[in-house]
Ligand binder design. Sequence first.
Ligand code: SF4
Ligand code: SF4
Length: 381
Amino acid sequence: MNQPRLITTCDGLQALIDALVSRGYRVLGPVVRDGAIVYDAIARVADLPAGWTDHQEAGRYRLERRGDGALFGFVVGPQSWKRFLHPSVETLWTMRQGEDGVRISSAATTAPKFAFLGVRACEIHAISIQDRVLRDGPYPDTAYAKRRQDAFIVAVNCGQAGGTCFCVSMRTGPKANSGFDLALTELLDGASHQFLVEVGSEAGAELLERVPHHSATEAECAAAAAVVARAVSQMGRSLETDGIKELLQSNPDHPRWDEVARRCLSCGNCTMVCPTCFCTTVEDHSDLTGASAERVRKWDSCFTLDFSYLHGGSVRSTGRSRYRQWMTHKLASWFDQFGTSGCVGCGRCITWCPVGIDITQEAAAIRSSLNTGKGEHHGGS
Ligand code: SF4
Ligand code: SF4
């Protein structure tokens, strides 16, 4: 869709939130909580993290004060929108035994309509990857599909990049080009605080009628482009993607896997914070009398021994095999399964790894050992 460029203010942003609420959306956006910026319900512009930024490096995350009142002057925190679209715990069905026999009911899809405010470009790509996995395959997850269909997405183009971001090399940001209803670029210049708004859908255009705005001037469009250019120039990391699938799939016995396994705790943090990881397990619970039972689906992680347990043992019994599985799946075999990389370059797995393991560094180490001839061809059988 053609994306008209318009300008609104903080009052306009409040009008946008109000319009979403009046249409029955549960509005979710970034808030400061427990020393991090997370996603939760918001009702007012004042709920947003005005004047806060985040400092991120491998294994490090710290909130700091900015010198201005920017509402979106940070990057991504430990949570992603996956928390709402593909929740960490979900009841699939319940069973009750009554006088008229056993009754099994599917879990009701009672989730409210979500409006996500502040979705970054890398996160839009992550949502579209989860769409392919959970919605567009031969066995769609109907609850996910419903939540996704109802969701209204307000993107925010990044005006700064974090120390662990590498969306530019993954071609997933920092500007959102599609997949949103509305996209904002925050423009702060002294006392002037405005947002350039791009419209990405009919629903976005219709909602914007309820928000005071005016057409953007050329200078305002140039200012918005400069905001995104600043984020590009600050990108903390990069990942060389040329031939990465072949590189990883032909080196299953590279010594780097042993080296990373000596540091990896197999804690699974990287999979929990990753916006594209989708693996789950199911648990059945019953009460002590046997009158009721339920099946619950929970996020799982390929870093646990149980994840690959098959009749008498785990297929991936070592940390080496588990890290290799995770990284090779993300950056290589995901292409075979879903026609895309499983990584959008958000950097969360680097920031939230307790020992600072860095997926970009691990891939670079394997590549450079082969480029410099130190590493002959390792395995591949
Ligand atoms: S693998 Fe790491 S950088 Fe890539 S999408 Fe997942 S959390 Fe983000
Ligand atoms: S790479 Fe880091 S976050 Fe992932 S399992 Fe290993 S120690 Fe945990």
